[in-house]
Design a protein around this ligand. Structure first.
Ligand code: GLU
Length: 570
């Protein structure tokens, strides 16, 4: 197969979940390839053996597929709907760096023999001591090339020591010249001659460093355009220097703006730790009997780790999650799996993420900036020229409103299907007890109240209770049943009698019945609707009554009202 005109790649390190920033990188790379009739490659950068895992690689792929970002080349993957994606049509794989070590070594040896790289034998302690000495003198540390290394001359003695098994790393002979990076987003920047020193290209464990692997892979996979996060901009001169040493091409680079929270801090996993820490500290302040040690015991974590966590000396995700679970608080979503578990729709995430540092520069029908679009639109319109240089703001309220709009735009049937699929993964107790027609009814009732799938679950809480398991909110009981000498209870008792005669157990008819009942008794709708809600859901909040009774069915509805009357009869 000949090379497509444009080949982009997303190259995640499988050291955790897919971050929302990674999703943006992947989406833009995908869209750019689509726009130009090119290929989008997925490459797994797993050379950090200690931190990488197959499980994370798999999770990242699942999240990408969930977002609809499918790769043309890369690890083979079967989508949930049974399609096989990925593969190696051009024969440039494998796509896991850990399986490409021979290739890296052959290029590395080429450099060593040309006198452009050399083994170095200093131990990490020695280097650390040198670094500290330079810092103490307020200097900028640069690795100093050993006196016996001459650029362009193969250092056979060092290579022989390396081959004999002596612990070593391999370093590049840096040309020590200024490097100009012509970035599609950030413009042209000249890095000074000392920006790139003799950096490590192969680690002591025999695996290439990120810099080396990325350069070899981008070349051998024919990558034409590298779009990645701005964190990597300062690495680019190293990559260019390596490409020149290896005789490789330099792809087109575009570095995307950082993603910030609305409060101006950088968005990241740490936000979860911050939120959990703040909640735990408030609790400790409010509860004189509680201390860090007791808290640690309560959440099943090591006291020392919890103390450090509270002092912001670590950001343990485990501690953060344990605190959140204990206190019943939600931590901010940062990774794609967080948004997924909280019931966001992939289309809304794609749309929102597309606007983090990019916009189509078009007007919508209402004259405002066009902001709502799908991935097909993005694939037709994405360009690098419109990627901004300024930091992108992650506006959660906007994302929530995008998601709510996306739910509102679904048909009742679509929502019922999507919500059932989501629930079966994240809230299996909800759909378990409901047959098809009742599920459809429930979905229709909660849809107008749901900005996310999880919101829908909150609104559907009544459907998850057993008839004998309804717990009554005391304030709601007081207000809706007992007030005014138990007016609510009286009306509820009468309504129970009327309801037993109901012939047509269907939302519209049931709603009409409640209305007619209120009219006949000369009371407002709320006077009877609220007591019914308390009886059915335990609180004064539930979807419209007709739907609520429809979902519960005749038997449960009547049983719940009887029980409520009995419990509060005194
Ligand atoms: N593996 C790198 C990361 O996850 C990707 C760097 C690149 O795109 O060059 O940050």
């Amino acid at each position: 197969m000949t090379n497509p005109p444009v080949i982009t790649r997303f190259a995640p390190s499988p050291t955790g979940h897919l971050h929302i920033g990674g999703a943006r990188t992947a989406l833009f790379c995908w869209a750019f390839a689509r726009r130009h009739g090119g290929h989008f490659v997925l490459r797994i950068e797993d050379t950090d053996a200690a931190r990488s895992s197959d499980e994370s690689a798999r999770g990242i792929m699942e999240d990408l597929v969930w977002l609809g970002i499918e790769w043309d080349e890369g690890p083979e993957f079967t989508t949930p709907d049974g399609r096989k994606i990925g593969g190696d049509p051009r024969g440039v794989g494998p796509f896991f760096q850990a399986r490409r070590v021979d290739l890296y070594n052959s290029h590395l040896e080429r450099l060593v023999r040309a006198g452009l790289a050399y083994p170095a034998f200093e131990g990490s302690e020695e280097l650390e001591a040198r670094r500290k000495a330079v810092f103490a003198a307020k200097g900028t540390y640069r690795y100093e090339r050993p006196a016996d290394v001459t650029p362009g001359v193969f250092n056979e003695a060092r290579w022989a020591r390396a081959l004999a098994g002596e612990t070593h790393v391999v370093r590049l002979v840096s040309p020590m010249t200024a490097v100009v990076v012509d970035d599609q987003v950030l413009g042209e920047k000249t890095f000074p001659a000392d920006h790139v020193d003799d950096f490590v290209i192969r680690k002591a464990d025999g695996l290439p460093t990120y810099h080396f692997a990325v350069v070899v892979d981008d070349e051998t996979m024919g990558i034409t355009h590298v779009l990645r996060a701005q964190e990597h901009f300062n690495n680019t001169p190293r990559h260019i220097v390596l490409q020149r040493a290896l005789g490789f091409r330099t792809p087109v680079y575009g570095h995307m703006p950082l993603i910030f929270n609305m409060d101006g801090t950088k968005m990241g996993k740490r936000d979860k730790a911050k939120a959990a820490r703040a909640a735990a500290k408030t609790l400790l302040q409010k509860s004189p009997d509680l201390n860090a040690e007791l808290l640690a015991a309560g959440i099943g974590q090591e006291p020392a780790v919890v103390e450090q966590f509270l002092a912001a000396e670590n950001d343990s995700m485990e501690v953060a999650a344990a605190i959140a679970a204990k206190l019943g608080i939600a931590l901010p979503e940062v990774e794609v799996s967080d948004f997924r578990a909280n019931g966001y729709l992939p289309g809304a995430i794609d749309n929102f993420v597309s606007l983090l540092g990019w916009n189509p520069g078009m007007k919508a029908a209402d004259g405002k900036d066009l902001e709502k679009f799908d991935t097909a639109f993005l694939a037709g319109h994405f360009d690098m020229a419109r990627i901004g240089r300024t930091n992108a703001k992650f506006d959660r309220a906007k994302l929530l409103s995008f998601d709510g709009d996306a739910i509102a735009a679904m048909s009742d049937e679509e929502f019922a299907r999507a919500w059932r699929a989501w629930c079966s993964e994240y809230e299996p107790a909800l759909p378990a007890g409901l047959d098809g027609p009742r599920w459809t009814l429930l979905a229709r009732a909660v849809k107008p109240r749901a900005k996310t799938m999880r919101d829908g679950v909150k609104a559907a809480g009544f459907a998850m209770l057993t008839d004998a398991g309804v717990t009554y909110d005391p304030a709601a009981v007081e207000k809706n049943l007992r007030a005014k000498d138990g007016e609510g209870l009286g009306l509820l008792r009468e309504f129970h009698g009327a309801l037993q005669q109901a012939r047509d157990w269907e939302p519209q008819a049931l709603n009409a019945m409640v209305e007619a009942f209120a009219k006949e008794r000369g009371v407002g709708m709320g006077a009877i609707a609220q007591p019914i809600r308390v009886a059915l859901a335990g609180t004064g909040v539930s979807p419209p009554l007709g739907e609520t009774m429809g979902v519960l069915g005749r038997e449960s509805t009547l049983a719940r009202i009887s029980r409520c009357l009995a419990v509060h009869a005194a």
